[in-house]
Every structure is written in C-alpha cells, then in structure tokens.
Design a protein around this ligand. Structure first.
Ligand code: SF4
Length: 178
C-alpha cells in the first residue's frame, strides 16, 4: 500500500495551508532519499533483502539506489571495512554533494564488529561523520528500515542553514574534509 506522507506542521484554513520553507524542504528531502549502498560483506545481503518486495524500501521513497556518489545523498556503509578501504570510503563521501547523510549498518561498519584486528577499521566514524548507527550482526531488514526512518527524522528537522554553520564546518574539519 502506498505510504501517504503527513503534511508538516503549519496553519490550514479554507483554501490555504501555510508552513515554513525549512519544513517543506525537509519533507521533500526525507521522502526522496537516494542511498548509495557501500556493501563489502554479509550486511550487504541484508540490505538486498531490505530492497526486496517483502520489506520494500520503496515505501519510504528510497527505491532509487545510486552507484554514483554525485547522485546520492545517503551513504550506507554495510560490512567490514579494512583500513586500506578507509580512504576509499572517505573519497566516496567527499564526492557526494551536500546535504549528505551517513548510516553505519551493522557492527562491523559501526565499530569493527568481532574483527578487532590490525587490518580492520574500528568503525567508519574514524574516517567520515556518521549520523545513524544500526546495531546487529547482521541487523535484520526491519532494523535497517528503522535506521532509514531515523535518518528521515533527522532530515525533516534539519534547518536549511545547518550545513553552513560553524559547528558543521568544524565537524568536517575534524575529519580533514574541506
Ligand atoms: S556486522 Fe556481522 S553480518 Fe555485518 S558485515 Fe560484520 S560480520 Fe557480517
């Protein structure tokens, strides 16, 4: 069944509805997320299930995956990331246009998971800022959908000016991203 999106907060009257520009843009962005799946191992298989008809991520406006960073606004990292892969994840993130968001899907992407070894990055937040962490090894599709819903809430409530704020610029600089 089609998911009907609620109108943002505002004032409704006979023949008119008024709200703020931030809320309209937030609603449109939140319901048309284009994810870039950066899947390196088993968690990626769970994401395939999430895209399948049974779980149907399309219900949330995200059926259009992007394998080009320039046409994506949500980086989903799913799987073990070796330290050698860290700069690649960062490069993909840098190639995405603002506004962009990141989900670390599963224990490996969030913290290195069970692989506390010399070769595995102990969480992708060592190289890029992360907005939502999805726990689990692997997380079920319901958990991945829950992560997407949390990203939608963040997007809906993000002020238009956040990306130009000194705090956001400082966050990027702490990752040496300019
Ligand atoms: S968190 Fe578990 S299921 Fe996901 S990539 Fe790591 S080992 Fe595989």
């Amino acid at each position: 069944m089609a998911n009907v999106v609620d109108a943002p907060d505002g004032y409704a009257g006979s023949g008119f509805f008024a709200t703020s520009f931030d809320k309209i843009i937030g609603m449109a962005r939140a319901n048309s997320i284009w994810p870039l799946p950066f899947a390196t191992s088993c968690c990626g298989i769970e994401f395939m299930a999430t895209m399948s008809p049974h779980y149907d991520l399309a219900r949330f406006g995200s059926e259009r995956l992007s394998f080009s960073p320039r046409q994506a606004d949500l980086l989903m990292v799913m799987g073990t990331i070796a330290k050698k892969m860290g700069p690649i994840v960062k490069q993909v993130y840098e190639q995405m246009a603002e506004p962009r968001w990141v989900i670390a899907v599963g224990a490996c992407a969030s913290s290195g998971g069970i692989f506390d070894t010399y070769s595995v990055l102990q969480g992708i937040d060592k190289v890029v800022p992360v907005d939502v962490y999805v726990p689990g090894c692997p997380p079920r599709p319901e958990q991945i959908i829950d992560g997407i819903c949390k990203i939608q809430e963040l997007i809906k409530n993000e002020p238009m000016r956040r990306r130009n704020s000194p705090e956001y610029q400082a966050l990027l600089e702490s990752y040496n991203i300019h």
